[in-house]
Write a protein that binds this ligand. Sequence first.
Ligand SMILES: C[S@@+](CC[C@H](N)C(=O)[O-])C[C@H]1O[C@@H](n2cnc3c(N)ncnc32)[C@H](O)[C@@H]1O
Length: 330
Amino acid sequence: MDKIKLLLGDAINELKKIEENSIDLIIADPPYNLSKNYKATNDNMEFDEFINFSRSWLSESKRVLKPGGTIYVFMGMRLISYTHMIMEKELGLEFQNWITWHYTQGLGKKKNFSSRHDDILMFTKPGAKPTFNLDDIRVPQKYYRSINNMRGANPGNVWQFSHVHYSQSSRQPHPTQKPEGVMERMILSSSNENEVVLDPFSGSGTTVFVAKHTNRKAIGIDIEPSFIQETRERLDEQFNGFDSIDERMLRVPNDLNKKEIRKEYFKNHIEWFLKNHEKSLDSFIKEFIKKYDLKIDQDEREYIINISKKYNVKTKSKKKNVENHSISLF
Ligand SMILES: C[S@@+](CC[C@H](N)C(=O)[O-])C[C@H]1O[C@@H](n2cnc3c(N)ncnc32)[C@H](O)[C@@H]1O
């Protein structure tokens, strides 16, 4: 198949045309039935209609998923328990996780508590061992300890990523664009390179964009022509790192006291945790230098500068390179 396929149409109809057991990973971010204006649809069904719609697209999704394949489903808190019931009890999918996506900004309510999370169900299709690439999605440890796995820790099931802000260049016109970092974690953990990722409600194309830049194949479906066009344009944009990151990825562990360990850690951190997040290299390096400033000798400084150069690290001013940076910080 083509590396990226965009299909304009209704998710259920388009899923019906896809061969059974052919998809490795599904990421579905359907309408939450909250009356959002998605142009072609108004996201406002009667309860029974919504449940039947969910049942139909989830059942088609199960059919196209390979045995052992994973499906992630975003849903608002008022309807997620029904989605869970359909997936587990009616369709016999295997429950893996209930993930909370915690965001720090959002609408301020006056009558009760403001919403600060969306939830994501993670299920797998029975019949084969699911893929779970833990090493590809670990987060840095807080401390260097010989008992700690310095490859990093499991990120857990509460994921903190901010919404894509209107001022960010990656912000699309779509009303409910999700952060790329959330999709990145799902794709890296639950699929391998060259496998097929499907998003039946692809919107602005976040899933297909992340799939493209993590070397997966992808199929995106959306019923609104302008969102498909928005995705096409997004896919043509130059890639310079994903638009969001789990803040823990920037964490510099304490107690990296031995020079050789520190040097190795510095290089590993960039390659493991900041891959595809070039925009965050600068703050990580600054933080590292700040924390270990008094311990670093000339030789180690040069090592850090050389690695930083290799990754073309720029300071925020964009004019200074790491050597200028070293003047102020060393
Ligand atoms: C929550 S949004 C997806 C946002 C997307 N994850 C992103 O990051 O941009 C849901 C999308 O489902 C689409 N949609 C609604 N009903 C649909 C249907 N029956 N078939 C396919 N797409 C549909 C809407 O046009 C909307 O773009």
